[in-house]
Design a protein around this ligand. Structure first.
Ligand code: AOF
Ligand code: ZN
Length: 359
């Protein structure tokens, strides 16, 4: 299952509204177990992982064990159900990390397998697999994308400097790690304050991965975003989504649309402020499973206060911002309140700590 989970990570961020599932077919035959088939959900979501693993295994699937990071599907989509294909292949045992919350599946995949006399084990490395498809599980299970807050905090607890545009808090290695994080999400989101002050590109700029820029989202109730923003210059990247309220002036909306922005209306209160919950709902309707929130402090604080941040990727730099610093939206304590540490890494002078919200 560990191998199947690693395989599933290959297509993270590339399977549209499908999860990236990993599946392997293993034969023991009284010798050391051997992998005879491997599959990962294809780009765009089809074919599913199990069908590819079975195809590679061919006749060797008969009597073998199939490992799948998600319950094999039972619905008829663009292809017949994976559970039926497993039965037809004569597999004798199926090991599943986690059940599928999709209404069309939800236990029916397991039922098909058991009814055919196949031994089924559920829950193997479940936590790890659930982390690998957190976006899918969130969208299907809660109707909203999984939200990761990325923060880069200086030694003196600041995320930037007032009026200074982008300030380097971390070094080059950590910035590359952020680029990797971006391509594993379907969307990167910033508030309009950051979009105007920093004029960020928010693209994926790693060698060989230039085509992998996720959808960029700007929270902009009054359409204050400048149509000259650099974000609109990259014709190869998906058109940025600008979330506006009914209070936004039509001429400003038109200016952004003319630059290629996808305008989405979000309900707001009488002051034109969005409920962060509504923002995630609207993104979920577009099939976006995971969002990386990149700032600024005010936007981050609002999502934190609403209890909507599922994970925090906290980079701590060694430099000092000093005068006119913008304070981080979380306190100086080692573990943010309500979160637990799940991972840590070192990038040169900088440290990354990853936290998940306590459920
Ligand atoms: C599997 N193996 O590799 C994946 C599964 O739009 P469709 O027909 O592809 O169905 C999408 C649903 O299929 C998705 O919501 C999830 O429940 C399941 N994804 N299932 O057996 C796979 N990616
Ligand atoms: Zn399937």
């Amino acid at each position: 299952m560990a191998a199947a989970i690693r395989l599933s990570l290959w297509h993270r961020g590339l399977t549209a509204d499908n999860p990236s599932v990993g599946s392997i077919v293993v034969r023991a035959d009284g010798r050391a177990p051997t992998i005879v088939g491997r599959g990962v959900t294809a780009y765009g979501g089809r074919p599913h992982a199990e069908l590819q693993a079975l195809a590679e295994a061919g006749d060797a699937a008969r009597g073998a064990t199939v490992y799948a990071t998600l319950e094999p599907c039972s619905h008829i989509g663009k292809a017949p159900p994976c559970a039926d294909a497993i039965v037809a292949a004569g597999v004798s045992r199926v090991v599943i990390a986690t059940l599928d919350p999709d209404q069309r599946v939800a236990g029916r995949g397991v039922a098909i397998l058991r009814k055919a006399g196949i031994e089924v084990v559920v829950g193997c490395r479940q936590e790890e697999a659930r982390r690998a498809m957190a976006g899918f599980l969130s969208l299907r299970g809660r109707g909203r994308p999984y939200l990761t807050l990325k923060l880069a905090v200086s030694h003196d607890g600041m995320i930037g400097r007032q009026g200074a545009g982008q300030v380097a808090i971390t070094g080059a290695l950590a910035r590359r790690a952020v680029q990797m994080m971006r391509i594993e999400h379907e969307a990167i989101m910033v508030g309009v304050g950051t979009a105007v002050a920093d004029d960020p590109l928010l693209t994926a700029r790693l060698d060989g991965l230039e085509g992998r820029t996720p959808i960029r989202v700007v929270i902009d109730p009054f359409a204050r975003m400048l149509s000259a923003a650099r974000m609109f210059d990259d014709m190869a990247a998906p058109a940025p989504i600008v979330l506006v309220s009914e209070k936004a002036a039509q001429n400003r909306i038109d200016g952004l649309a003319a630059r290629g922005a996808q305008i989405r209306a979000v309900a707001s209160d009488y002051r034109g402020r969005f409920d962060p919950r509504e923002i995630l709902r609207v993104l979920g309707v577009s099939g976006i499973k995971s969002v990386l929130l990149e700032g600024g402090a005010e936007t981050a604080r609002r999502f934190l206060d609403a209890g909507l941040v599922d994970r925090i990727a906290l980079f701590r730099g060694s430099g000092i911002v000093g005068e006119a610093g913008v304070a981080a939206p979380i306190g100086p304590e080692a573990v943010p309140h309500g979160f637990s540490q799940v991972d840590a890494a070192v990038y040169g002078e900088d440290r990354l700590t990853v936290f998940e919200r306590n459920s």
